[in-house]
Design a protein around this ligand. Structure first.
Ligand SMILES: *[C@@H]1O[C@H](CO)[C@@H](O)[C@H](O)[C@H]1NC(C)=O
Ligand SMILES: *[C@@H]1O[C@H](CO)[C@@H](O)[C@H](O)[C@H]1NC(C)=O
Ligand SMILES: *[C@@H]1O[C@H](CO)[C@@H](O)[C@H](O)[C@H]1NC(C)=O
Ligand SMILES: *[C@@H]1O[C@H](CO)[C@@H](O)[C@H](O)[C@H]1NC(C)=O
Length: 374
């Protein structure tokens, strides 16, 4: 009886032709190393005189991080990575960040981008997405995991009092919907960026956040889907652990508490509630004077290594989205993209421009790694 009931059930399951974002993309797959990060780390290791530290740092070459397409010119590099992953054979996953909204980083300065809304940035962004689509369609056998627009929608949830964010609201939403609608290939898994526990994890922000994600997905059209959300991108929170005093009195003070609190609200809106969590720099807790501090935080260490062994069915994988060693922003107060967070007492200084290599910071991340590198 049991078996025939099961057979009947299986027979009734419709056969989906299209299944963007279905299943955990990391299951049964090898995560392809980003060649440019391997090169950065290799160059960094050569300059470390302490032999123990150098050998620990060299191990970072083998840890997959995301490739950031922070300018449209990097989309061709995505094509190169896809091509190399395809040639490597087997089931490969490549990881990349879609990060080029016009008027980007609307509530801060350090990561302002190449496009502006005033100068046709919306059309340029659509062309950027279209060029990404072209690349992923060339390599249907390579799985592609995208984190979509770090901080973008989160800024719309909490920072509309900043004029640049208010002005960007409708454009951000339309363009993220556009990206979702275009990136529905079978080999693509999308995780929209959802800030982190100390941001959207505050109880008052959870429902507005869920509503925002649901509305952007609806904007992508009836059948479009995503795999879920990415949290803690470029941040420092623990997946689980003791409360960081800087988070008090937030009851959702770590990423797992945040994920567990947000998921039911997403489910009520039919928004897919799987997560990936960045832990690249989450080795050390309790290092910030304020939870909102995000720039090259002093005392940070490399965190748990990427893994599908997450201890929580809502979380597909621990990942490293932000490449550890790349700066969050310059501490030079005369620079055009200076943000005061990068010159605070809990920020490592002097720091180079966002995205560029920060050797001394990389060395302390390795030194403070938890678990240690060995
Ligand atoms: C390594 O040291 C050389 C010589 O001092 C320098 O030119 C190069 O920029 C350094 N590279 C890194 C990653 O620090
Ligand atoms: C953006 O929102 C966060 C969370 O509410 C807040 O901490 C931060 O100060 C805001 N940024 C600006 C520039 O207002
Ligand atoms: C959704 O998919 C169904 C089945 O493939 C199709 O008939 C329908 O037109 C699609 N709807 C939209 C809005 O694309
Ligand atoms: C800081 O930025 C200004 C403006 O770009 C530049 O002239 C100056 O050389 C920079 N200072 C340092 C120490 O890099």
């Amino acid at each position: 009886m049991k078996f025939s009931a099961l057979a009947a059930l299986v027979a009734c399951v419709p056969t989906f032709v299209k299944a963007a974002g279905s299943g955990n993309p990391f299951d049964g797959a090898t995560v392809f190393l980003t060649p440019s990060y391997v090169e950065e780390v290799t160059a960094a290791v050569v300059n470390i005189s302490d032999a123990t530290l150098a050998s620990q740092a060299a191990l970072v070459e083998q840890i997959p991080v995301f490739f950031w397409m922070d300018v449209a010119a990097k989309v061709s590099d995505l094509g190169d990575i896809l091509s190399q992953a395809d040639a490597a054979g087997g089931t490969q996953v490549i990881q990349a960040v879609i990060y080029d909204l016009p008027d980007r980083d609307c509530a801060a300065e350090a990561s302002a981008g190449e496009f502006t809304i005033a100068d046709g940035g919306a059309e340029k962004y659509q062309a950027y997405i279209d060029s990404i689509v072209e690349q992923v369609e060339r390599f249907p056998n390579v799985r592609v995991v995208f984190v979509v627009e770090p901080d973008g929608l989160a800024n719309l949830v909490t920072n509309l009092s900043v004029p640049k964010c208010a002005n960007a609201e409708s454009t951000y939403k339309e363009l993220v919907s556009y990206a979702i609608a275009q990136l529905q290939q079978n080999n693509v898994w999308l995780y929209l960026d959802a800030g982190h526990s100390g941001w959207l994890g505050w109880p008052a922000n959870l429902q507005p956040a869920a509503d925002m994600f649901a509305s952007v997905l609806q904007g992508a059209g009836g059948n479009a889907t995503v795999r879920g959300l990415a949290t803690d991108v470029s941040n420092y929170n623990l997946l689980r652990g003791a409360e960081d005093p800087a988070q008090a009195p937030n009851p959702n003070y770590d990423e797992e508490l945040y994920v567990n609190a947000l998921a039911p609200l997403l489910q009520q809106s039919n928004f897919p509630s799987q997560f990936i969590v960045d832990q690249g720099r989450s080795g050390v807790s309790g290092i910030r004077t304020a939870e909102g501090d995000w720039c090259n935080v002093l005392g940070a260490g490399l965190g748990p290594r990427p893994s599908t062994d997450t201890g929580n069915d809502l979380i597909d994988a621990i990942v490293w989205v932000k490449p550890p060693g790349e700066s969050d922003g310059t501490s030079n107060s005369s620079a055009a993209r200076f943000d005061s967070h990068c010159a605070q007492s809990d920020a490592a200084q002097p720091a180079p421009e966002a995205g560029t290599w920060f050797q001394s910071y990389f060395e302390t991340l390795v030194q403070n790694a938890s678990p240690p590198l060995s």
